[in-house]
Design a binder for this molecule. Sequence first.
Ligand SMILES: NC(=O)c1ccc[n+]([C@@H]2O[C@H](COP(=O)([O-])OP(=O)(O)OC[C@H]3O[C@@H](n4cnc5c(N)ncnc54)[C@H](OP(=O)(O)O)[C@@H]3O)[C@@H](O)[C@H]2O)c1
Length: 368
Amino acid sequence: MPAGINRQWVVASRPRGAVAETDFSYREAPLPTIGDGQFLVRTLFVSVDPGLRGWLTRSPEYLSQALDLYLDAYFVTRGQMRVPPEYSAPLHIGSVMCSQGLGQVVESHHPDYAVGDFVTGLLGWQDYCSSDGATRVPVSRFKRVHPLPRYLGVLGNSGMTAYFGMLDVARPREGETVLVSGAAGATGSIAAQIARIQRCRVIGIAGGPEKRRWLTEELGLDAAIDYKSENIDLRLTELCPDGVNVYFDNVGGRTLEIVLDHMATWGRIALCGTISAYDHGGTPAGPANLARLATSRIRMEGFLAPDYGPRYREARRQLSAWLATGSLKPCEHIHEGFENIPRAFLGLFQGTNIGKAMVKLTDVPIAR
Ligand SMILES: NC(=O)c1ccc[n+]([C@@H]2O[C@H](COP(=O)([O-])OP(=O)(O)OC[C@H]3O[C@@H](n4cnc5c(N)ncnc54)[C@H](OP(=O)(O)O)[C@@H]3O)[C@@H](O)[C@H]2O)c1
């Protein structure tokens, strides 16, 4: 990277239907300058997440609510008062694409942030941003104990989503059958392992034979279904003759409809996301069999991880403990190179990732 240049990917157009690489364009900007009380962050890893798809097409009102929710979680976590952000929601054409990232402070005029500190926050698809830690590109600082990618995966938003979605919303009990869709992805792979730690019988649904093998052989799930080559309905009939007690749903759509027919009485569905619908142009069809919720007394509940912001510390402590004992295996899918950020993002909708997808921008964090 040439010195003094801030590489950026900006929103070039709003996708109609499937997002394309041409919806982003590359730009070079000067490095941001920093004033008193500010510091300069160099991005080391960019996180790519399915939810970013909504940031490309959703209304400004929706985006500002989503940003508020994120910031509330951030401020509550840090025990600070909520301060209105100067951050401009990245919905405009020509704005730097928004996303979580992990970076390092490389220059500081802030008393609490030293050169070399590691931070996570909405750094965006760019090499550098300036921050004052709170109101302008808010960031959370962390002490590196685990390898850096873990702070975007198990110890980042994916871990928080899996932890609270599984333990607070789905609430599996020992011996129950738990089904997870998107099971080889960032959230799903952690959610499935948490259910296994709760001594449940765990079945994952994912696309392709490699992911099916990975789920049983590497993660130790009891069974896995390759939804691309197998009939989910038939496989659930074979695997779950007494029904599914808990369904952690990352995909929605037709899979949700099929699973509803296999839910056991008093079952629980944690609605985490509906990725099967994100990259479509039109309105996705809903399940036609919602009456099953009443006849089988099923609780289906959606949730958003940032609502649990005040309890993130608790989740990180427990997830770290599981990592330390080896009962939770981390998995990160690390793409290399700034130029590959849009491709890595598109890959989420094509299923190219196993575990948490992110892009490494540089090999050279400052030693700390
Ligand atoms: N509620 C919350 O607070 C919250 C927070 C974060 C994420 N989420 C949601 O959680 C879900 C997973 O997100 P993530 O960050 O963990 O991403 P991820 O699972 O790591 O990546 C997306 C995966 O989705 C699968 N997929 C893509 N298109 C699909 C389709 N049409 N049908 C079925 N599966 C499809 C792909 O795996 P296959 O190869 O198996 O198809 C892909 O690897 C998303 O729905 C996301 O919106 C919710």
